[in-house]
Design a protein around this ligand. Structure first.
Ligand code: FIX
Ligand code: ZN
Length: 413
């Protein structure tokens, strides 16, 4: 059925509301990983984004705050950010969207009422409810073989909920090799701190064992603004001699998340990371030098976004994804998505949630789909104005491309 200019938004919204989302990067875990999946109002309120915003108003000693029970931390954040002033930030507004979509009385502003709701829920019920409300088909976890708690789960024969796919997160191998060596030696891999002897082969064996064990869809690392491959550092050797060959062997992408300045304020913990502009020439060099590898790339600095989109025009083995972390705000999602549609057409993955708490899926996707829909509707309007004809089926195909198939196709490539 043809879609006229006056019906574009209505048809597009219907397709956006019905598309089953593949969320390519989260910090969620299935219920089987007992205790690792964060959920419920106190976890929602103590999200590190909100902790950073709370300390804009609080003179409380950082360590004293973190020593408080989670419920007390949540009460301080609720009082400061939601009772004493209007919750207009994106992370604050996200809490309200979650409460609203769960059918709770946002106007009541009653933390106790919200806690009562969660007390009445089981985790498995909540996972089903949240995935349904967010229209999420499956999520990709961030699986860290350097985390002792997570390592134990994978050593057991845990059946993992099929909605939770895996990715192998390898930051220490690239940004803290001495720490990585300790773990690998402890796991029986003959790796030395100076990366000599059979270290490269042993790191490859470690990576391949874990990709197979967890059935990783991709390998990933968060990298600093100073990330480079124009040297002969151990980091560069590990990347070129181990990570990229194992990715090729398993035909999986390497996801580079570039631009994090870790712990600029150590006392804030997870909330203490910041952002810096990275060098796009590193991405270009890797895509040129390793045409058989596939690179998923997201960059944290707003200033890197245009050059990343242009780089993707040069390399079909480069897939841009998400408006990551400090970019996941409506004004920036709009700017970046418009730039990407204008530069790449539909050949990118517009968003990931980065959800750390189960209920984040609700607000992160509701907010992003609205903005992406606004921008895509405008682009449809532009082509319809030339006399181009658009069918409902084509809108459905385009939306599925953005929220599912660009990722799946890139994995199969
Ligand atoms: O490295 C990452 O996966 C980042 O997304 C996280 O470290 C960060 O804390 C986050 O959750 C951002 O949204
Ligand atoms: Zn993340």
């Amino acid at each position: 059925m043809l879609v006229g200019p006056d019906k574009v938004r209505e048809v597009l919204d219907a397709k956006l509301n019905s598309v089953e989302i593949v969320d390519v990067h989260t910090h969620l875990f299935p219920a089987e990983f007992t205790g690792m999946l964060l959920w419920g109002i106190d976890e929602i309120l103590t999200y590190h984004y909100l902790i950073a915003e709370y300390f804009r108003y609080s003179e409380l000693d950082y360590a004293e705050f973190f020593r408080l029970p989670k419920a007390k931390q949540a009460e301080l954040i609720w009082q400061t950010l939601f009772v004493e002033r209007s919750p207009v930030s994106e992370a604050q507004r996200g809490v309200l969207t979650i409460l609203q979509r769960l059918g709770l009385d946002v106007g009541a502003r009653s933390l106790e009422e919200y806690r009562e709701y969660f007390r009445g829920r089981t985790l498995n019920e909540q996972i089903d409810t949240v995935f349904q409300l967010a229209r999420v088909k499956e999520i990709v976890m961030t699986n860290d073989p350097f985390d002792p708690q997570e390592r134990e789960y994978w050593k057991g024969e845990t059946e993992v909920d099929p909605r939770f796919k895996s990715s192998l997160r390898i930051d220490p191998l690239l940004v803290n090799f001495p720490q990585a060596v300790q773990t690998l030696q402890g796991e029986g891999y003959g790796v030395s701190a100076d990366f000599s002897g059979s270290s490269a082969a042993e790191v490859r064996r470690f990576l391949s064992d874990w990709v197979t064990k967890i059935d990783a869809l991709y390998m990933a690392a968060s990298l600093p603004p100073t990330f480079t491959v124009f040297d002969d550092s151990i980091q560069t050797r590990v990347l070129k001699e181990c990570v990229l060959p194992v990715c090729r062997e398993h035909n999986i992408p390497f996801a580079m998340m570039i631009g994090v300045k870790k712990l600029v304020n150590k006392e804030l913990g997870l909330a203490g990371d910041s952002v810096g502009k990275a060098e796009i020439r590193v991405v270009e060099q890797l895509c040129t030098e390793y045409p058989e590898n596939k690179f998923l790339v997201t960059m944290l600095s707003r200033e890197n976004q245009h050059e990343l989109a242009i780089a993707a025009r040069k390399y079909r083995n480069l897939m841009v994804f998400g408006c990551w972390w400090f970019l996941n705000n409506p004004s920036l999602v709009e700017e970046i998505t418009a730039m990407r549609l204008e530069t790449l057409g539909l050949s990118f993955i517009p968003q990931h949630s980065d959800a750390r708490v189960l209920e984040h899926l609700i607000y992160k996707w509701e907010h992003s789909k609205k903005i992406i829909g606004d921008v895509l509707a405008e682009k449809y309007g532009d082509i319809l104005a030339t006399g181009w004809q658009l069918t409902e089926d084509q809108v459905q195909k385009d939306v599925e491309e953005l929220f599912q198939n660009n990722f799946y196709r890139f994995l199969r490539r």
